[in-house]
Design a protein around this ligand. Sequence first.
Ligand SMILES: Cc1cc2nc3c(=O)[nH]c(=O)nc-3n(C[C@H](O)[C@H](O)[C@H](O)COP(=O)(O)O)c2cc1C
Length: 401
Amino acid sequence: MHCIQSITADICYVGASDRRLSLFENVYPIPRGVSYNSYLVLDEKTVLLDTVDKAVGDRFWENVEYGLQGRPLDYVVVNHMEPDHCALLMETLRRWPEVQVVGSAKTVSMISQFFDLDVSGHCVTVKEGDTLQTGRHTFTFLMAPMVHWPEVMVTYDVTEKILFSADAFGTFGALNGNLFADEVQFERDWLDDARRYYTNIVGKYGVQVQSLLKKAAQQEIAMLCPLHGPIWRKDLGWFLDKYEKWSTYTPEERTAAIFCGSVYGHTENAADLLANRLAQQGVQNIALYDVSHTDVSLLVSEAFRCSHLVFAASTYNNGIFTPMENLLLDLKAHNLQNRTVALIENGSWGPQSGKLMGEIVSSMKNMTLLGETVSVKSSVKEAQCEVLKALADALAADIMA
Ligand SMILES: Cc1cc2nc3c(=O)[nH]c(=O)nc-3n(C[C@H](O)[C@H](O)[C@H](O)COP(=O)(O)O)c2cc1C
């Protein structure tokens, strides 16, 4: 049965949520599910903004057919070609053979890559600033390449001051009746998923997100309609500020996130001793993660959130303990920068992890290595306690400076 909601007098939400999928993009755990958002504009002409993932196709078709009430679909705007948004494009053209596909030039070429579909007769190829009149509404298109694919654009409804923002401002999490961010406890219940979504999926492209934010700042935006997660119609500034921080790799909180890679717990003991001393020195909200038991997408998100990062890892076959090496390479791949870092290594015969972690960190932009690497030989002894204390005191002073 169709399940749609009006978001303005003549725009309705026709998307749907998937609570069954365990890994988004086959890599990110989504215990709270995910929504695939799609919007139908019922103006003199009808406009569908993006389709959805095939997993929710049945509901989507019921929603769109019900929303159209027998009217033809005149336009389908493709802001983003990722299959979780355009999987049903071919079927859309089959159901409404007269529909016009609106997208960037890169979108048009990508359509023929994903589908055996010649859309040449159905295409309105748009570039930066082009407009589409549909009656009461005027839409303009802003290119947003690499947010997070090359073909991406966002669509601004000049009439209603709505930014259909593609994957920008999206988040993991199914929508459970409440479509709007002001209808939920966003900071309590959604912010961690929004940060994990942004940092892992878009985080590498901070520069490109910055240019989109600058373009968006030229427009008066009353509503943000992303392709995943809640719609924003109030306190947009709060979320835009998060995007400003995340896309400039600015930490949200001055505190320590300690990432520990330990086989038998001795390196973890050093990490706990450091955390203990940090707390005694007044540092609050310290985060400490076992990298073997925490999904790396959360670790990436936490490294974006916190100002000071500690990497504590065993040496493992002359390298960095594998889950820790994966994390460091993932942080580097996501362009993380502007952090203060401290290192703890362990090795029972030839400790290497400190040097190797330091090489990865030093190859990242604007990363400050604080103090000496604390080196543990199998288990922590009194001598290391003193060195750990000194490191904790230097970190605490830096955090609270
Ligand atoms: C499979 C395995 C391989 C290891 N390889 C090395 C190594 O190449 N060099 C070294 O100095 N220590 C090596 N170690 C020892 C660890 O670095 C570490 O000293 C020991 O595991 C105790 O720390 P933990 O309890 O935090 O793991 C290895 C340990 C394991 C289990």
